[in-house]
Each structure stands twice: as structure tokens, then as C-alpha cells.
Design a protein around this ligand. Structure first.
Ligand SMILES: [Zn+2]
Length: 344
């Protein structure tokens, strides 16, 4: 992934000796830090990146080293993504029928070709817990209790789905570091990560839902939400853009997170409107720690504003908790129905 300072299009051409694909960015030059990265081997061999005098930046992809590739640009921030399928990766096999419960994979005799897993792992992350209460309402309702209730209900609903394995970053009132939440999801080979939070705003008038996926905050409010959830000061969210590395933030993760966020948001608005007047703040991007450091598609749902008296009242009602969990469940299952073969 190449971070760019403006939108640009790479031009593709073929070259020989050796046979290779060359992607060129015209009228471009590498920053000092990018040059240092390239020299220190950030680009996996035999792929290479070069600054030419024209001036242009060229990325060389020897065709003997990969099965397929695609390149495309992303906006906000502008990036050029080169997605390479290496030769060592097994060809996609047809997915076996869904299992009713998780089946541990047998030890593989071929370490380069692990058996395809036949279930989808979803990690539910109820925000805060223990000494970290999260946001608090005027009636002293604590965010950590609400996120846990929604998380447990969502777990119960998802657990009944065939072929779905549900794990929780916490299932009781305990403090868990953000780092450990992300590490847990990564180590469990999770396919999806869903973090549940409750919003808060200095103005008690503000209410509604927001679904986030990872990205740069587009406004001060999104930045403030991420800073609060990350437990960092407003002028820093603790998630530096300099740590953007392709192995953690792959194309698939970016695209799937966006799709999951929209599907979940639509489900929440559709399912909950009618029961309640849902104020739809839409899908947003912000640099949340748990979204950044999980390696699978991930979203963070801010289900309501605890700072708004009406919504704090709703959050205290079991029927509302049930409806939120049901809405998130519908969003996740709609996403799975559209993406299941891809996730296995
Ligand atoms: Zn929170």
C-alpha cells in the first residue's frame, strides 16, 4: 500500500527480461521516509519500487513471483493498493457444507496448504468493562453495562446460526486492554470483529446511531469519539497513520469493513425505526484502536447516546437492548449471506 498525497492513477505496462508488470505513477516522487522504507526492505522481494528521473515512481512485479494481482486506488486518505496473490497460496477450493458447531481443524500434513475451515468466527467486543466504565448518563447508567448486555444478546442470536462460531472479548464485567481485544481476535483467526459502544456528547440534545469502520476522521466529532474510545487525549488518537502496513490493513479488510458497516447501519435503521425514532448519523470513519489493529473486517457500532436523556431511558429498557442486538444480528447475517464463500 502506497500512501499518496493526492489522488493518482497508476499506469500499467508489461516489460521483459525478466517478464514483469510495471505500475507507474507519473509526476510523483517518494518522500524521504518512503525511500528509507524501500531501502530497508519494506517491499517484499522480488517486488521493487523505484524512483525514476522523469519524475515517476515505478513498482516492478516480476510475473514469475505471483499468480495474480490487482491494483486500485482508495480515497481518504489517497492510497494506491497493489494486491498480490502469491504462488504459494492454494487455489480456492469449494467450501464444504456449513457445520452446526465449530469443528477443530485436524493437523495439516502440508504446512503450505492448511485445510479450508468450514465455519465463520465472529468476535463480539463489548466496549469498556471493570474499572473502565465508559461514558455515563445523567442517571448514572454506565456504558460498560449496556455494551455487555447488547454483546451477550448478540452472541446468543449469532450462536444459533449454523456454521458460526462466536467469541467474546469479555463476557462479564472485567477490564480488558484494547490491545488484548485486537490480539485475541487475530489469534483466534476471526473472520469478523464487531465492537459495541454507546456514544456521548457534551450537548444533551444529540442522539442517534453511528457505525464506524477504520479510516481518517472526517470531522472533529468523529475524531473526538475515537479519542474517547481509545482513551487518549483529543489531540491524539494514539493510532498513527505511519503504522499503516499492508499486511494488517488489506484490501479485503477495507472493502469488507465498509460493506459490513453499511449493512449493519441499514439493518439498524430499518429494524429499529418504527419502534423508536432513530436518528441516523450514517457510516463514518475514525481511527479506533480496535479497528486498526484487528486483521479482519471490523466495525464499531455506537448504538445510542447515553448523554441524551431519552436515549439513556431507552438504554435502560431490556426491550431496547434486545432490539439493538436483533438489528445488529440482522445486519451481520445479511453481510454473511452475501460474503460467506469469501470468508471461508
Ligand atoms: Zn465506548
Amino acid at each position: 500500500m502506497l500512501e499518496l498525497d493526492r489522488q493518482a492513477k497508476a499506469i500499467e505496462r508489461r516489460a521483459t527480461h525478466p517478464n514483469r508488470v510495471i505500475l507507474s505513477l507519473r509526476n510523483a516522487s517518494m518522500s524521504r521516509s518512503a525511500q528509507a522504507k524501500a531501502q530497508s526492505g519494506a517491499m517484499p522481494a522480488p517486488f521493487s519500487i523505484t524512483q525514476t528521473n522523469s519524475p515517476a515512481i515505478t513498482v516492478s512485479l516480476p510475473t514469475a513471483a505471483f499468480r495474480s494481482y490487482k491494483q486500485f486506488t482508495l480515497a481518504d486518505p489517497p492510497r494506491l493498493v497493489v494486491d498480490i496473490t502469491p504462488l504459494t497460496e492454494p487455489l480456492s477450493a469449494p467450501s464444504p457444507a456449513p457445520a452446526p458447531f465449530p469443528i477443530p481443524s485436524p493437523p495439516s500434513v502440508q504446512p503450505t496448504a492448511p485445510p479450508a475451515k468450514n465455519y465463520t468466527t465472529i468476535v463480539i467486543d463489548p466496549g469498556h468493562g471493570g474499572k473502565d466504565t465508559g461514558a455515563r448518563g445523567q442517571r448514572q447508567t454506565e456504558e460498560k453495562d449496556i455494551t455487555l448486555k447488547v454483546g451477550l444478546k448478540l452472541r446468543d442470536l449469532l450462536s444459533m446460526q449454523p456454521g458460526v462460531r462466536v467469541l467474546m472479548t469479555r463476557d462479564h464485567d472485567v477490564f480488558v486492554e484494547l490491545e488484548d481485544r485486537a490480539k485475541f481476535a487475530n489469534s483466534q483467526g476471526a473472520d469478523l470483529f464487531v465492537s459495541v459502544h454507546v456514544n456521548s456528547h457534551p450537548s444533551h440534545q444529540v442522539k442517534g446511531i453511528e457505525i464506524y469502520h477504520f479510516g481518517q476522521a472526517k470531522d472533529q466529532r468523529a475524531l473526538a469519539v475515537a479519542a474517547r474510545e481509545n482513551g487518549t487525549p483529543l489531540n491524539s488518537t494514539g493510532v498513527g497513520w505511519e503504522y499503516l502496513v499492508a499486511d494488517l490493513l488489506t484490501t479485503k479488510k477495507i472493502e469488507s469493513s465498509l460493506e459490513l458497516a453499511w449493512t449493519a447501519k441499514e439493518a439498524m435503521v430499518t429494524h429499529m425505526n418504527g419502534h423508536y425514532a432513530v436518528n441516523d448519523h450514517g457510516v463514518k470513519t475514525a481511527p479506533f484502536y480496535v479497528l486498526r489493529f484487528t486483521s479482519m473486517p471490523s466495525i464499531l457500532a455506537e448504538i445510542a447516546y447515553i448523554s441524551n436523556p431519552d436515549e439513556e431511558g431507552l438504554l435502560r429498557k431490556p426491550a431496547f437492548i434486545q432490539d439493538v442486538a436483533q438489528a445488529l444480528f440482522k445486519g451481520i447475517t445479511a453481510f454473511l449471506a452475501a460474503n460467506k464463500p469469501d470468508l471461508r
